[in-house]
Design a protein around this ligand. Structure first.
Ligand code: NCD
Length: 326
């Protein structure tokens, strides 16, 4: 990440003003997010599932791309912090009538929105909004193009820490469409920052970025080989909506070579966990037996997503408040 965007998401004291990317964040900050989320997990089990930390604040969900898990868990997270939430129906809204993104932003700011949660098909949109937002307004990147999906990466780190304790000593394999995956990019940064022993990516050559090795990973093209002895397996969806032209012979062929089955899973460490950010394509990335099996923590990832999003929302709102007071 450039120095400029790093400065954009942190204030002079190193507090989070926005949450745009994992790039440039230190291990201490990632650990603070995980520890803060740990404190919020209990809120879901209370009779009154709310804490007053963001009472009186307005969070606007700006999802220019479809989403189920991310949008709803951001909404629940903000509501559990007692914020008011606006869900903008972007496809029916002003941008589709020709209003620019900046004009939409200015109008929402005129309504005194305190935070924007942004998902967009173009890389850099959340950064752009953060650059132009009023001081005191926080921006969350909920996925921008192929670039980054930092809250997904942090909920994945939370899931790993819950199941495996420490990051040191872990071997983690990320399998599938690395090329188009903002999730993989953010995960690789977070895993390396948190100090895992090894990150492996397992994919056909056509689904790997040209500079894959420079991301700090070991590259495998054979699933049986790459999965050997790993502690964590993260499966990714084939991002067909981002593929131009045929990068694969067929889904059937992909499953034959890169699909996770019980038989293949047996090659990983006996205590290995299986993760997937969702949505899953059963029979393409993995067998249903694996998706629903005892090693799968896929639905726990979704639950933990609420606590992790509560953590980053409350941290950003907290430091924006201090910034305004100072
Ligand atoms: C991911 C995304 O949208 O980037 N999903 C998610 O946030 N739960 C991954 C995907 O769409 O495959």
């Amino acid at each position: 990440m450039s120095q400029a965007s790093q400065n954009l998401q942190l204030d002079k004291q190193g507090r989070l003003l926005h949450f745009l990317t994992i790039d440039g964040l230190q291990r201490e900050m990632l650990t603070e997010i995980l520890d803060t989320a740990e404190g919020f997990t209990g809120v879901s089990e209370r009779t009154v599932k709310k804490v007053p930390l963001c009472r009186g604040k307005i969070v606007a969900n700006l999802f220019f791309e479809t989403s189920t898990r991310t949008r709803t868990t951001f909404e629940l997270a903000a509501k559990r912090l007692s914020a008011d939430v606006l869900n903008l129906n972007i496809s029916a809204s002003a941008t589709s009538k020709g209003e620019t993104l900046l004009d939409t932003l200015r109008n929402l700011e005129a309504m005194h929105v305190d935070m924007f949660v942004v998902r967009h098909a173009s890389s850099g949109t959340a950064h752009f909004i953060a650059q132009h937002a009023d001081p005191g307004v926080g921006v969350m990147n909920a996925g921008d193009g192929r670039h980054a999906h930092p809250t997904q990466a942090m909920l994945d780190m939370f899931t790993i820490r819950r199941h495996k304790g420490d990051f040191v000593g872990l071997r983690v394999a990320i399998v599938g469409d690395i090329l188009h995956s903002r999730v993989a990019r953010s995960q690789i940064l977070a895993l390396n920052t948190l100090g895992v022993t090894e990150v492996r990516v397992i994919a056909p050559q056509t689904l790997l970025p040209a500079d894959a090795r420079s991301l700090g990973v070991h590259v495998y093209h054979d699933l049986d080989e790459g999965i050997r002895d790993v502690d964590v397996i993260i499966m990714l969806r084939l991002q067909k909506e981002r593929m131009r032209g045929a990068l694969l012979p067929s889904e059937h062929e992909y499953f034959r070579l890169f699909g996770l089955t019980e038989e293949r899973l047996a090659k990983a460490d006996s205590g290995a966990i299986v993760m997937h950010p969702g949505p899953i394509n059963r029979g393409v990335e993995m067998d249903s037996q694996v998706a629903d099996g005892s090693k799968s923590v896929i639905l726990q990832q979704v639950s933990y997503g609420i606590a992790v999003r509560m953590a980053v929302i409350s941290m950003v709102i907290g430091s924006q408040n201090l910034q305004l007071q100072g």
